[in-house]
Design a protein around this ligand. Structure first.
Ligand SMILES: NC(=O)c1ccc[n+]([C@@H]2O[C@H](COP(=O)([O-])OP(=O)(O)OC[C@H]3O[C@@H](n4cnc5c(N)ncnc54)[C@H](OP(=O)(O)O)[C@@H]3O)[C@@H](O)[C@H]2O)c1
Length: 517
């Protein structure tokens, strides 16, 4: 008798059937800032175009400068025209949608201003039928997160009401969530005075990317991968996030953060957990995040000696990239002349559980590298015996399943094939799936997805506090180790390369090499 496949709850995590957004107001703190301009407003517009938003949906922009509603609408229109994946704005859609945009001037640290904000929201509830449902988006400097949360609470706008009876409130917090474990916990403690964990949506925009969500689908909607997704078949996993850009205009933040905190603590750890997690019992927010946390718990933070052997940091010097002369990191305006901040990091870690025991995960990330690419490569064991010796097979690369997060989003499987002809010659070839050509539609931007999920009250694609906590534990151990290492341990590298040459040693001493991308 054939046993039918068991269907769990209707699949969620990007595969749900139609869901309805309740009427609500999104209050954007930092509405005149860069993030709002480049990401949030274009994302909201694209949601409006695709129509999952109810007609009552309302935006209240909040910031320090004196703007009128009309000025805010004008700025929002410019955001759409300059940064939306679909532009210029459709006059018909914009005409209706922008009527729901309002601006409220407020000083983040002035409690009285929150009284007037509360009154404004009440008035808008009455005018637009938004039923006291509020999402607060903190697109502000991180130092203001606790101040805003506390003032919202004091102004009667936070609260722990998540029952939906008299409206609900949710708060979206941008990265960085803390600077280390201690500050992340302190920030969380402050937020918890005003909002419960269920109301807090910690954003990691990588989780909103289609290709990142597809990691789950690849693993758990297909029968062929899961049986080989473990230590018996996988030799190593390499995660690369390479950027060609330098530090740009984010010097103040970056000088404090560095590559490890900026990229590894959040985005790369999220990629790692999705690749390594066990199948969740269903796709509920907590079921998925429970499994992700288990992965992070299974990584023992580095002991002091291990930091020197298993991690590496670098900083780009001056040079050329793409035919253009570029400044070294220490020459960038605003960077200290002797800045110890790393712009490159590579590390090796192990996930100590049954599935992954003994399989090294190699992570590398850097700025001003030769190529912009984000990729996860699952490298399989070589065949146990090389039958095709002398045919090039001994030089062949092992099979690799590569998940390209960006650009050229897709999945490739590298395997060996016979070169046509009388001789037995072998060559590696690729079996390729490309998102763009397979589906012929442009995927939504990460922020579109994440804003919609928050409106729907689904926190699966947001980071739970314990994920943040375990991830910081690991990062803190590395930072502690680095702090004790001499200045010479910060390796200089030339722009347009794959980082410091010492990074090769980290992997080559294990008899492996970084992928040539
Ligand atoms: N920009 C990005 O691409 C990006 C990417 C990832 C994460 N983030 C995170 O997103 C957050 C916002 O970044 P951003 O680049 O958008 O910052 P930003 O351009 O500096 O904008 C800051 C906003 O906060 C407002 N503001 C600052 N101090 C205020 C005060 N005391 N009272 C009232 N309003 C005040 C500013 O209003 P005025 O203009 O009126 O002064 C402005 O609207 C940060 O946490 C950042 O780490 C940003």
């Amino acid at each position: 008798m054939q046993i039918p496949a068991i269907a769990p709850n209707p699949l969620r995590f990007g595969m749900r059937t139609a869901r309805n957004v309740q009427p609500c107001i999104m209050v954007i703190f930092g509405a005149t800032g860069d993030l709002t301009h480049r990401k949030l407003i274009p994302a909201l517009y694209n949601l409006a175009l695709e129509q999952p938003l109810p007609p009552q949906f309302t935006v209240v922009g909040v910031a320090r400068r004196a703007f009128s509603d009309e000025q805010f609408r004008q700025q929002a229109l410019e955001s759409v025209n300059n940064f939306s994946r679909r532009s210029p704005a459709s006059p018909a859609v914009w005409e209706t949608f922008s009527k729901g945009f309002f601006y409220h001037q407020l000083q983040f640290d002035n409690p009285d201003d929150y009284q007037s904000l509360a009154e404004r929201l009440k008035q808008l509830d009455a005018e637009r039928g938004t039923q006291s449902n509020y999402i607060y988006y903190l697109a502000t400097p991180p130092s203001f997160y606790p101040t805003i949360a506390n003032n919202l609470s004091a102004g009667g706008l936070g609260g722990h009401n998540n029952s939906g009876e008299q409206g609900w409130s949710r708060i979206i917090v941008e990265k960085p969530f803390g600077h280390n474990l201690e500050s992340a916990l302190a920030l969380n403690h402050e937020l918890n005075k005003a909002f419960s964990e269920q109301q807090i949506y910690r954003i990691d925009h990588y989780l909103g990317k289609e290709t990142v969500q597809n990691i789950m689908v690849l693993r758990f909607a297909n029968g062929i991968f899961e049986p080989i997704w473990n230590r018996r078949y996988i030799d190593n996993v390499q995660i690369t996030v390479a950027e060609t850009l330098g530090v740009g205009g984010r010097v103040d933040y970056y000088e404090e953060a560095g590559a490890l905190r900026d990229m590894v603590q959040n985005h790369m750890m999220q990629l790692l957990t999705l690749v390594a997690m066990e199948p969740p019992v269903n796709f509920d927010a907590d079921a998925v995040r429970d499994e992700k946390v288990k992965v992070l718990r299974a990584i023992t933070p580095y002991a002091e000696g291990e930091v020197a052997s298993d991690t590496l940091r670098g900083q780009y010097g001056p040079g050329m990239i793409g035919g253009e002369k570029v400044l070294g990191y220490r020459e960038e305006p605003g960077v200290k002349a002797n800045s110890p901040t790393e712009t490159y990091t590579a590390l090796k870690l192990f996930i100590e559980n049954w599935r992954w025991a003994g399989v090294p995960f190699y992570l590398r990330h850097g700025k001003r590298l030769t190529k912009r690419i984000t990729e996860i490569a699952i490298q399989f064991n070589r065949p146990p015996y090389l039958l095709f010796q002398g045919t090039g097979a001994d030089q062949m690369q092992p099979n690799v399943l590569s998940l390209r997060i960006q650009p050229n989003e897709g999945i490739s499987l590298l395997f060996d094939a016979k070169v046509p002809g009388q001789e037995m010659q072998l060559r590696s070839v690729n079996m390729d799936f490309l998102y763009g050509s397979s589906f012929g539609v442009e995927p939504p931007e990460a922020y579109e997805r994440l804003l919609l999920e928050c409106m729907l009250g689904d926190s699966t694609l947001f980071t739970r506090i314990d994920e943040t906590e375990y991830s910081w534990r690991l990062i803190d151990a590395i930072e502690r180790g680095w702090a004790k290492m001499p200045a010479s341990a910060l390796h200089q590298y030339e722009p347009g390369t794959w980082g410091p040459k010492e990074a090769a040693t980290l992997i080559e001493r294990d008899g492996r090499t970084w992928r040539h991308l």
